[in-house]
Unconditional design. Structure first.
Length: 416
């Protein structure tokens, strides 16, 4: 039952618009896009399907069905990269119409091409092409092999290339060349572009290594200021306790909030968690663990129960994916992609967590006061330097580990 759409029931109207959208020049459904039509037919709500077909995503499908737009990655790359284009590309890959690819790496290659097309001077274009090919692309492949190239890392590399372009343009407008640039010119440019200091430094170091600039031209490393404000232990513990017991909140938000409040996990790591990273305790039934680092992190029983519920009840946010299994603990709107970190942060803010960074800072200060920093690094999969910095902020030093081991090796002679 539902409101009539143009005199038809919602399901019939949705199927009719689906046939009209996928109709080719001969009036029949396009055979190439038939798998995509089958995926869209899985929409549970016909209103949602009609709304999608009438929006930019449906217009792109009509262009492909009519032959005005080629059904390929290259054709989609030539368009403005909007959310509709990304979503349609994911649907085409899901329907096996297009071959899967490393999307962030492909988008970074597109970013390089767009940046080089904006350069008018041939010499500057050659320098930027070398910088992208021999410095930025290896960094992108390194991220890809290590833990996967994400959107934030790609944006950081794109800013490095764009900063190099801005600096070369300034040098060219001052009537000089890269091989004769002076420290005075670089310093004056840096005054007006203070936020680009680290990105410009990366380019100048590479240029000096390649003997493209004088060796005495350099930019100092910018001092990074980190927000060390914390969420009080009382607020953090009470909020975590409320999330563990409040059944009115969504199970996804409850689990994510507890992991941030209790273990200080970052939201960009949370959204990339998959079912392969969850373990079942071999000796304690009902206790689950996370494989974040070298050693498994076993969760508290109440949080383990919530986690098990989330694994069983999780569903993708995208309507055509509701009947498909997903490996992600926090699936998102795009096919075969997790929820974005920004979306998860907004959902946690509505739960009473003022800031995920403040909650993480409070959790880390509490943990390094109770567990040795090296053990935390192995449990949570963080760098030793990061864990040790938190240890120092909490008032400890490296000698405390030696003292704790010596104290443990000595049997007490009397009551302590």
């Amino acid at each position: 039952m539902g409101r009539l759409l143009h005199g038809q029931c919602p399901r019939c109207r949705a199927l009719q618009e689906l046939d009209e959208t996928f109709a080719g020049p001969d009036g029949q459904r396009s055979s190439q896009l038939a798998p995509l039509a089958e995926v869209l037919e899985q929409y549970e709500q016909p209103y949602s399907l009609v709304l999608y077909l009438r929006r930019p995503g449906g217009q792109l499908i009509r262009a492909m069905a009519s032959g005005d737009l080629e059904c390929s990655h290259e054709a989609l790359d030539a368009l403005r990269q909007t959310a509709s284009v990304h979503h349609l590309r994911g649907l085409l890959v899901l329907a096996e119409v297009l071959e899967p690819r490393e999307e962030q790496l492909a988008q970074f290659k597109r970013d390089i091409k767009v940046c080089l097309d904006e350069v008018t001077d041939p010499h500057d274009k050659t320098v930027l092409a070398r910088y992208a090919r021999w410095h930025l692309m290896p960094l992108a492949h390194h991220h890809l092999e290590r833990s996967g190239l994400n959107r934030f890392q790609r944006e950081h590399l794109r800013r490095k290339l764009q900063t190099a372009h801005v600096l070369l343009t300034r040098i060219r407008r001052r009537g000089t060349t890269l091989d004769s640039v002076t420290q005075t010119l670089v310093d004056r440019w840096l005054i007006a572009n203070k936020s680009r200091q680290n990105q410009a430094r990366s380019f100048l170091l590479w240029a000096a290594t390649c003997h493209l600039i004088p060796q005495n031209v350099a930019i100092a490393t910018a001092i990074r200021t980190v927000d060390r404000s914390i969420m009080s232990d009382a607020d953090r513990i009470l909020t975590a306790l409320r999330l563990e017991t409040d059944e009115s909140e969504h199970i996804t938000d409850r689990v994510a909030g507890c992991l941030v409040l209790q273990y200080g996990l970052r939201t960009d790591r949370l959204v990339n968690l998959t079912t392969d990273q969850f373990l079942v305790h071999p000796e304690e039934p009902g206790v689950l663990g996370l494989q974040l680092g070298r050693d498994p992190l076993w969760l508290r029983p109440r949080l383990s129960a919530l986690l098990q519920r989330l694994i069983n009840e999780r569903r993708p946010l995208a309507a055509p994916l509701r009947t498909r299994e997903t490996p992600y603990l926090f699936p998102g709107l795009r096919p075969d992609q997790p929820m974005t970190s920004a979306t998860l942060q907004r959902r946690l803010t509505r739960l009473g967590i003022p800031s995920t960074s403040k909650a993480r800072n409070g959790a880390w200060l509490a943990m390094v006061g109770a567990v040795h920093w090296k053990m935390l690094a192995d449990l949570l999969g963080l760098a030793d330097g990061t864990a040790h910095n938190w240890h120092k902020l909490n008032g400890g030093d490296r000698a405390s580990y030696v003292a704790s081991r010596l104290k443990a090796s000595q049997a007490p002679k009397g009551p302590e």
